[in-house]
Write a protein that binds this ligand. Structure first.
Ligand code: ZN
Length: 443
């Protein structure tokens, strides 16, 4: 599937240090393992039934910072992201609004692409819709049934079978065990399973935590004919299959919001080991939750601050990016309406400072850092901040201090802010791109 238009990323003198990241599975800072010199990243994508809110934006911006830091370190990056374009919440929204589920998914995926373009997020190498891999998922489920890692559970009326993953069989037969990724106890797992799309009380399951692999066809729901029977994929297996198809195993980093720690990433990892015999991911990295009006921003609560609405309301997308980057990706934080004004103020100070780079000739007396040749002091500081678990607040502080110092910006400084923080300072704040000139969004 088409992703979105890539932003221009300037190359920088020298090379950054590959970041260490906090790994949920070990609770420690680790340097993600590369496979044959390539860093691979799988970030769980949206379920396209509502526009990108700041909680999503903070996740995709955090992993965009990782991609930028890896690239700056001279590492090849393979990045895959899915879009869950068939799932219960999408079907429920489509039914409630009288819109065909395919049209809803297509229009909301388009809006997501446009939000990512506005925020200057580097697109994934592979952007994959679940509806494009249904047959592959069915094949994987068949394999799990044959190997004894999955079993069928009929609906109470016996009309259709659903297929579940057998967590106890996986614990017995593979190197995976419950809690390997999440480090949670059983009570917490059961609670999260019920809250986050699982069905611990479903009758007929061997273990309450066994996750759905394949949902048998129901009246009025989309379904596909397949070797497992007519139906559609479960949630966790879709990511496992897409990751296996697009990236080497193990994935260097499996990323997403902290609400995916359990069951989603735990079960994706379990499916991965059961299917391939390999560990699923080397590092599991999770972003904090964003609150608004005192509660976690969520589609179900409706307290959303949407990127598209901020932009159509006149916000400079670079200010949105700066407002998000002012928080460490792992922290939970709350959005306040005046955050945008503060970020806009910062953006204005930075763009005013950056203007000096255009008028300061390269290598003149007083410019001790010939642009294009040597890393500037600011570039070195920003690289160090990002290498330390993507510490964007410290990177922003470093730029603030350079701006406040009174010394003119160099081209390397301006390129560093652009390449590493995704904020192009060459454009003045009120010099907005014409929305009609943006590339048409088509599949
Ligand atoms: Zn996923």
């Amino acid at each position: 599937m088409r992703s979105w238009t890539a932003p221009r990323v300037p190359s920088l003198p020298g090379a950054g240090t590959p970041p260490v990241l906090h790994d949920t599975a070990t609770g420690s800072l680790r340097s993600p393992r590369l496979v044959e010199g390539t860093a691979s990243l799988y970030v769980c994508g949206i379920t396209p039934y509502d526009a990108t809110h700041l909680g999503h934006a903070s996740t995709y911006l955090a992993f965009d910072t990782l991609v930028r830091a890896w690239t700056d370190a001279g590492i090849d990056v393979a990045y895959a992201q899915n879009t869950t374009d068939v799932d219960d919440p999408l079907l429920e929204r489509a039914a409630a609004t009288g819109v065909d589920w395919r049209e809803l998914a297509a229009s909301q995926t388009d809006l997501f692409r446009s939000d990512m373009e506005h925020l200057a997020v580097i697109p994934p190498t592979h952007y994959v819709a679940v509806t494009d891999v249904v047959t592959d998922v069915a094949r994987a489920v068949t394999h799990l049934l044959e190997s004894g890692a999955a079993y069928r559970v009929p609906t109470p009326d016996g009309a259709v079978d659903d297929v579940y993953f057998d967590v106890r069989a996986a614990e017995r037969d593979t190197s995976w065990h419950l809690g390997l990724e999440s480090r949670l106890d059983l009570d917490a797992m059961t609670r999260f399973s019920a809250e986050r799309g699982g069905d611990p009380s479903r009758a007929g399951k061997r273990d309450p935590l066994d996750p759905l692999l394949w949902r048998g066809a129901r009246e009025g729901e989309p379904s596909w004919d397949s070797p497992v029977g007519e139906g559609r994929p479960g949630w966790h297996i879709e990511c496992t299959v897409i990751a296996a198809q697009t990236l080497p195993a193990p994935i260097s980093v499996n990323g997403g919001g902290s609400d995916l720690v359990f069951p989603h990433h735990e079960m994706s990892a379990a499916h991965g080991i059961a299917l391939t015999g390999h560990r699923y991911a080397d590092v599991f990295a999770h972003t904090g939750m964003v609150a608004y009006s005192g509660e976690k921003m969520s589609k179900s609560l409706g307290n959303l601050v949407k990127v598209s609405e901020l932009v159509s309301g006149g916000a400079d997308p670079r200010a949105i990016r700066l407002a998000v980057a002012a928080h460490h990706y792992r922290s939970d934080w709350e959005w306040f309406d005046d955050d945008l004004a503060a970020a806009d103020d910062r953006l204005r100070r930075w763009t005013t400072w950056a203007r000096a780079a255009a008028v300061t000739p390269v290598g003149v007396a007083g410019d001790s850092e010939p642009a294009g040749d040597l890393p500037s002091a600011l570039l070195t500081r920003v690289r160090a901040a990002l290498a330390d678990d993507l510490d964007t607040p410290s990177a922003l502080d470093a730029v603030d201090q350079a701006v406040a110092s009174g010394a003119p910006a160099t081209r390397v400084d301006v390129d560093a802010v652009d390449a590493l923080l995704g904020v192009d300072l060459r454009r003045a704040v009120d010099d907005r791109p014409d929305p009609d000139s943006m590339s048409p969004l088509t599949d």
